[in-house]
Design a protein around this ligand. Structure first.
Ligand code: PLP
Length: 480
């Protein structure tokens, strides 16, 4: 099934996306085909878009395991070589995907990871260390998010935390309100993981537009929420343009019908609390807001822990129970799991615990300060370039760069995807997203060291690509 989004601007300045759902499996017009072309074309040795195809063309793909095994040094050399074609996140040239808190933070994480490399949180009776690690991380996070009484679990990432929230909302609505055909109401800006959750757990989705400032259109949400609603979604901030939804109003709409309200703070959970401590205030968005029933916050993003760690919190233990699975009807005993996994690596849990302990409140405040200053400099630099703009007015670490209309002069016009390609050719990784066509940047502390270099390159490539219209969209996530 293919879903196309068409962006239209209404007279009220609302950004409305029309969904066209096609049952056909082949589509020649969506980003998917453009992306395929983009990957096939990308044999350019300096383009970091070209990772997939360069890798494939330079290497014979083995079709079976080596019979006698290979020497360890050769295996490591092979892996090192493969890695050399990846984006250069440690150089600060990647705006998203990897978030680097610095060499010292990485060392702490790696040391903890080595200690817990083989541990398994499937059974915390066997590994009480991991039980305590999970419960301490959840308590610290609840404390940051004003959740006295909140309870949660660790998951492998933002998507899994969101899946848990969707499942919990569905089952709560079924048990407490007898809903058998539950609906999720969410803004078009909400992360794709919510749609994945709806798909997996059998909820219908009702998507509402965003206003001119790229936050949820509350009138449309008011119309969409009803007695059939199990879950209403807000983001703090949303990924595409980095703006924070009006959580208080969204949570009230949810509470009015007895629905759950999830705040997706996968990006902001370890930024907004520290930004607030540093004096950058936001409207209340966490458990301070009555009606917010669950929050996701990713440690493996701006928590500066390595991949595989996120927190899902529910307002109470009572609400948390709806996401767990407890089964005793087979031949090997009680199987009770907190999230989507069975066997759970202890590595990301211990690494996240160590990073949090190492940084403490002061360390996070410092990293957040650096991050937000860097994002502000980037926004100012973008706005200073003729024909470029930042969508909306994000004040945290995410932003979308787009183009300004430049009047009649086509030769001055910037194609934003052509700009993205030109930046990629210089080793800068920005997602070419849409609709509307724009370049996404998630800024983190690791980008601070290259902000001047980035703005110099941006200004230069903006001149180079004026009048060029060959840019193609990128892809947020991939299969193989
Ligand atoms: C706001 C938001 N929610 C959820 C996710 C999904 O997180 P993950 O990629 O860890 O599954 C992301 C990822 O960038 C995000 O930005």
């Amino acid at each position: 099934m293919i879903v196309r989004h068409q962006l239209t601007y209404t007279t009220t300045g609302t950004h409305r996306y029309e969904e066209e759902v096609s049952p056909h499996a082949v589509d020649n017009t969506t980003n998917r085909s453009a992306n395929t072309r983009s990957v096939q074309r990308s044999a350019d040795p300096v383009s970091n878009r070209a990772v997939g195809s360069r890798f494939m063309t330079n290497r014979r793909t083995p079709t079976s395991l080596p019979i006698g095994g290979r020497p360890a040094y050769e295996v490591m050399a092979d892996l090192t070589d493969r890695r050399s074609h990846d984006v250069k996140w440690a150089d600060g040239r990647t705006f998203g995907l990897v978030f680097d808190g610095g060499e010292d933070v990485r060392e702490v994480a790696e040391e903890a990871a080595r200690l817990f490399f083989h541990e398994n949180a499937l059974n915390t009776l066997a590994f009480p260390s991991l039980g305590s690690i999970q419960s301490e991380i959840c308590s610290w996070t609840a404390d940051l998010l004003h959740g006295s009484g909140a309870a949660g679990f660790l998951t492998s990432g933002g998507t899994e935390s969101i899946l848990c929230a969707v499942l919990a909302a569905r089952d709560r609505a079924k048990v407490e309100r007898g809903l058998t055909d539950p609906v999720m109401v969410l803004p078009i800006s909400a992360h794709a993981a919510f749609h994945k959750g709806a798909h997996m757990f059998g909820l219908r989705t009702r998507t509402v537009p965003v206003t001119a400032d790229w936050t949820t259109d509350l009138d449309a949400m008011n119309d969409a929420v009803g007695p059939d609603t199990a879950l209403v979604v807000a983001s703090a901030p949303q990924y595409p343009q980095g703006t924070v939804d009006p959580v208080r109003e969204v949570a009230t709409l949810a509470a009015n019908v007895g629905a759950s309200c999830h705040v997706d703070a996968c990006m902001g959970g370890f930024v907004l609390p520290f930004a607030e401590m540093n004096g950058c205030t936001t409207q209340p968005w966490d458990f301070q807001v009555e009606g917010v029933t669950s929050i996701s916050a990713d440690l493996h993003k701006l928590g500066y822990a390595p991949k595989g760690a996120s927190v899902i919190l529910h307002r109470s233990r009572e609400l948390r129970k709806y996401q767990t699975f407890d089964f005793d009807g087979w031949l090997a005993g009680r199987y009770i799991t907190p999230n989507m996994q069975g066997t759970r690596s202890g590595l990301p849990m211990a690494a996240a615990w160590a990073v949090m302990q190492y940084l403490g409140i002061d360390g996070y405040r410092r990293l957040v300060n650096t991050t937000l200053e860097t994002a502000d400099s980037i926004r100012a630099g973008i706005r200073a370039i003729e024909g470029l703009r930042v969508l909306g007015d994000p004040v945290h670490h995410l932003l979308a760069m787009s183009t300004e209309p430049t009047g009649e002069d086509e030769t001055r016009r910037i194609d934003i995807f052509a700009l993205g390609e030109a930046l990629a050719n210089l080793g800068w990784h920005l997602d070419r997203q849409g609709p509307p066509p724009s370049l996404h940047m998630t800024v983190s502390a690791g980008n601070a060291k290259v902000v001047d270099e980035f703005l110099t390159d941006l200004s230069a490539v903006a001149e180079q690509v004026r009048g060029v219209t060959a840019g193609e969209a990128g892809q947020y996530a991939t299969l193989e």
